[in-house]
Write a protein that binds this ligand. Structure first.
Ligand code: NAG
Ligand code: NAG
Length: 207
């Protein structure tokens, strides 16, 4: 992109220079043709080859009219005019080329812009979707906490009752019942209904 911009600048600068030089040439041509001494056409100047006008380069086109204008007559004026029209044609070509180039660049920029807009849109969608999901997760979390605490409402945890992990859960139940009636001294609950009794891993010691 950078190189492109620079090129366009350089082109516009050289275009201006050229236009300036052309204006100068036209002006000096007008002044000098009148007072110039008439000369024999054959002796004074050899005719320029026709091809020269076609292989016009900027340096030739601009440099040639000045030194020869004095010694040559009308013929040079007409060839100068063809020279200027060649320059004009060249500039017009260049202008249409630059226009085409800019048009193709604009198409590309539009493409990029469209893609960018699509991505922006998609990103917004994903963001809002993400937000929604996070809200859902947090509401589910709080629901789950509620359910867990509800399901644990009737849980009791006893530490320090002798036994192993592989004992039958009816043994565990029996141990808990005797612990309640004997150790805690609450015989009314000796046959308390226990839905399920199971061993938990000790928090501080591995058993
Ligand atoms: C890019 O697209 C947006 C939305 O269509 C538009 O507002 C903006 O002018 C465009 N920009 C260019 C540089 O084309
Ligand atoms: C209970 O603990 C004692 C002493 O630590 C041990 O001797 C006994 O075998 C244990 N009983 C059971 C059922 O594991």
């Amino acid at each position: 992109m950078h190189g492109l911009v620079l090129n366009a600048k350089a082109v516009s600068v050289s275009l201006r220079l050229l236009a300036l030089l052309c204006a100068l040439v036209v002006l000096s041509g007008d002044v000098e043709v009148n007072p110039g001494p008439r000369q024999n056409a054959a002796g004074a100047a050899p005719k320029r080859p026709a091809t020269r006008q076609r292989q016009l380069s900027f340096a030739q086109a601009v440099a040639s009219p000045f030194p020869v204008a004095n010694s040559r007559g009308r013929q040079d004026r007409t060839s100068d005019i063809t020279g200027y029209s060649n320059i004009l044609a060249y500039l017009q070509d260049m202008r249409s080329e630059i226009r085409q180039y800019l048009a193709s660049i604009n198409v590309k920029i539009d493409d990029v812009n469209t893609t960018l807009n699509n991505l922006k849109h998609e990103n917004e969608q994903l963001k809002s979707e993400n937000k929604m999901l996070w809200n859902e997760i947090s509401s589910m979390k709080s629901k789950m906490d509620k359910l867990e605490s509800q399901s644990r409402r009737n849980n009791l945890r006893f530490n320090g009752i002798n036994g192993t992990f592989d004992e039958k859960w009816s043994d565990t139940e029996q141990k808990v019942q005797s612990f309640i009636s004997d150790e805690l001294n609450i015989p009314d609950y000796a046959n308390a209904e226990i839905e399920r009794a199971h061993r938990l891993k000790s928090r501080d010691a591995q058993q």
